[in-house]
Ligand binder design. Structure first.
Ligand SMILES: Nc1ncnc2c1ncn2[C@@H]1O[C@H](COP(=O)(O)OP(=O)(O)OP(=O)(O)O)[C@@H](O)[C@H]1O
Length: 281
């Protein structure tokens, strides 16, 4: 190790993803510890540049910051805020499901990040437990904007195939439609996973997963976690709603977390949240 790129000394290999490798690095001038993502697959350059430009325009406490993006001696480098701590996926693998209190805390933080993105016309499109890290003091940080895009910009294909990670994909994404509501479906998948330790739409083949998602066919979370509150069950139900128009928005999720009693009265939830959206100060 200890290789240097433009003043950044690589200190540790962190992991590899679909586009390249991530290293921890130290910048002596600023005394900053950062994560450097190095592109190793040239055919992913467009996705890489997309990640840099979308993420660099964002400032939110639950989204990893981009410090800079440059090409040095032909090497494409994206310098990010270094987030210490496991991904939610790693956390669940090691410790099992989160407590309801912790899961709601993460849900609120990520819903707030999504609301921020959606209000700017950006859809993340790859929200999943493996793309969220739990940093110090339980602070969740959203990573990996490689597939994010402005709602009206042209599609970036993921190796010419479906966009996103199959088990977190919303029903409409199988026919190429992504919208803020698709991120909210993924939020429902995330909540289910955090509370049960299992994916709602597992399956041995891609077509089986796709069929189950498009029917909204998942095992009631209470079967896996009998202590689950009615409010959590309702939230999952309202997020894993096949029709994107009827799904809760990120803003409604935040509102529901602030007033969980609303979730107990299921039949009233949709109209009440809509009414609240209209009348609140
Ligand atoms: N800012 C960061 N701070 C700390 N670790 C990071 C940071 N960004 C990414 N990582 C870690 O580096 C590894 C590779 O991340 P990367 O985003 O390249 O791929 P991925 O999300 O695993 O896969 P893919 O890009 O194919 O979805 C992962 O373990 C990820 O948690």
């Amino acid at each position: 190790m200890n290789q240097s790129i433009r003043g950044y000394t690589l200190t540790q290999w962190v992991g590899a993803g679909g586009m390249g490798e991530v290293y921890q690095a130290f910048h002596a001038d600023t005394q900053r510890t950062v994560a450097i993502k190095l592109l190793s697959r040239v055919e992913q350059a467009e996705r890489f540049r997309n990640e840099a430009s979308v993420q660099a325009s964002l400032r939110h406490p639950h989204i990893a910051l981009v410090y800079e993006f440059f090409v040095e001696k032909g090497l494409w480098c994206l310098v990010l805020e270094y987030i210490e701590g496991p991904t939610i996926e790693q956390f669940i693998q090691k410790n099992g499901p989160l407590t309801e209190e912790s899961a709601w805390k993460v849900l609120g933080q990520i819903a707030s990040a999504l609301e921020y993105l959606h209000s700017r016309g950006i859809v993340h499109r790859d929200l999943k437990a493996g793309n969220i890290k739990i940093a110090r003091h339980g602070k969740a940080k959203l990573l990996d904007f490689g597939l994010a895009r402005f709602a009206n910009s042209p599609k970036l294909t993921h190796q010419g195939y479906l966009i996103g990670t199959a088990s977190s994909m919303a029903p409409e994404q199988f026919s190429g439609q992504s919208s803020p509501a698709s991120d909210c479906w993924a939020l429902g998948v995330l909540l289910y996973e955090m509370l049960t330790g299992q994916s709602p739409f597992g399956g041995s083949t891609h077509s089986e997963i796709s069929r189950r998602i498009q029917r909204g066919d998942y095992l009631a979370p209470r079967k896996l976690n009998p202590n689950l509150s009615k409010a959590s069950e309702r939230l999952i139900d309202k997020l894993l709603t096949v029709s994107p128009e009827r799904r809760l928005t990120a803003k409604q999720v935040m509102e529901a977390l602030r007033h969980p009693a609303l979730l107990e009265a299921t039949d009233w939830l949709g109209p009440v949240l809509k009414w609240w959206d209209r009348v609140k100060p």
